[in-house]
Design a protein around this ligand. Sequence first.
Ligand SMILES: C[S@@+](CC[C@H](N)C(=O)[O-])C[C@H]1O[C@@H](n2cnc3c(N)ncnc32)[C@H](O)[C@@H]1O
Length: 438
Amino acid sequence: MTRFTVVSILPEIVDQALAHGVVGRARAAGALAIGFVNPRDFTTDRHRSVDDTPYGGGPGMVMKCEPLVAAIESACAAAPAHRVLLSPGGRPLDQARVRALAAHEHVVLVCGRYEGVDERVIETAIDEELSIGDFVLTGGELAAACVVDAVARLLPGVLGDAASAEDESFSSPLLEYPQYTRPAVFRERPVPELLAGGNHAAIRAWRRRESLRRTAVRRPDLFAHLRLTKEDEKLAGGLPELDVASRTTVALVHHPVLDRTGARVTTAVTNLDLHDIARSAATYGLSGYHVVTPVESQREKAAHIATLWQEEQKEWRAKALRLCTTAASIDESIAVLTREYGQPPVVAATSADPARFVHAARVTPAALVRELQGAPGVPLLVLFGTGWGLADAELTQVSRIITPISGRPAWNHLSVRSAVAILLDRLFGLRDAWVHEH
Ligand SMILES: C[S@@+](CC[C@H](N)C(=O)[O-])C[C@H]1O[C@@H](n2cnc3c(N)ncnc32)[C@H](O)[C@@H]1O
């Protein structure tokens, strides 16, 4: 039987929080034991004080060493314990940690109050600090109750159906699929038809697919570290909303851009940019590559070069160059995508100096992809400036500015071809692709 001992000056909070429902029944049935030790019982002064003013000044009070350490030692006297301090500065609690705690026979949960506890309590009497999230509570009691609740449901005899602890969010690092119960239609919203049929394999596949979709959209941080099985790859491949690259177009802008003096100019199309950016666009699965210049003869030249490459025998190269089309302006590029997708694109830009784009929201590549995953069907247009960069002041169409690419030294003169490749990798690269190979 797993035992918890809660060290707290307000034990009623934890006791009450764990008196009901599944956990309350488990306590009554003896499947889970929770004891309490109050540091006030280890004070020696008339006021039973457990706190004092902080050395060095500052607001609030700090929990004193002596009564708290004495309380922790008393909690461990009956049975050796793993000693946990609930603290906003601790390691974030997750299901893996919950599982590890469930393996201990005795866990002591120490609840801070006021501005926290004297550091020497942690140094002498604590094995691990845990946080339940990036917010600050008035005390550790509710955090301790969360820990007990999460651990309790993994203990034998606590949950009626052990499988339900196995299957759900975070046990495998996937969020749970949507659940439905009767009625079959609620406020004109029917339960997905497939769930009412008896095809269990199809239901399993649907649930797995929905879990993958939810995790990708809501928790890309978890999704990025998943070890997808071959079956998962197939299921996720059928989720077009996750595939933002396939509705992304890069635009190589030759006007309006700046020259080295800051003047607004039009640059010339180059063969190298045309060829290399098309290959990057194809590598990352983009839907298009617009070469933007107001000079008609330059557009003709770009189209001509693209066609020449396509006529070559190598099919892979032709495939890349087929992505390449021309537009007279950024607005024309936006109009083309609006026609094609039935809605205007989100327009993002890159700049070595994002501060110049005063009207655009700053986003990381991951945040931008996540945003688009949450907006199925919306195309993405990513602008890259030639010359000394986009003439930002005029570009009111740009609503997102992506974290600039920067190495360590101040020297920063990446070619636009390199910048496109690096950014596409940050947006869409499967960095840990090898982990998928089973
Ligand atoms: C007001 S908080 C102390 C905050 C502390 N001054 C700081 O800024 O980190 C008082 C106590 O609440 C508990 N607590 C607050 N937020 C928590 C969280 N997110 N997770 C776990 N415990 C928390 C801790 O036991 C902490 O000692």
